[in-house]
Design a protein around this ligand. Structure first.
Ligand SMILES: [Zn+2]
Length: 55
């Protein structure tokens, strides 16, 4: 049996598990708070990793 952990806080996942889709990937988190945290983190990372092109 695979032990699943929350993608945000790394604690053990228990049913019901919340799944969040981020950038085409589906990750599992333990609660809505962690889901929101992940979404915000990924959103800011995506925004920052997109350099302004000077062409
Ligand atoms: Zn969590």
């Amino acid at each position: 049996m695979v032990e699943r952990t929350c993608a945000a806080c790394d604690c053990k996942l228990e049913d019901p598990v919340i799944t969040v889709k981020i950038g085409g990937k589906t990750v599992e988190v333990c609660c809505e708070e962690c889901a929101a945290t992940l979404r915000e983190a990924k959103t800011s990372v995506t925004a920052e990793s997109r350099p302004a092109q000077s062409l």
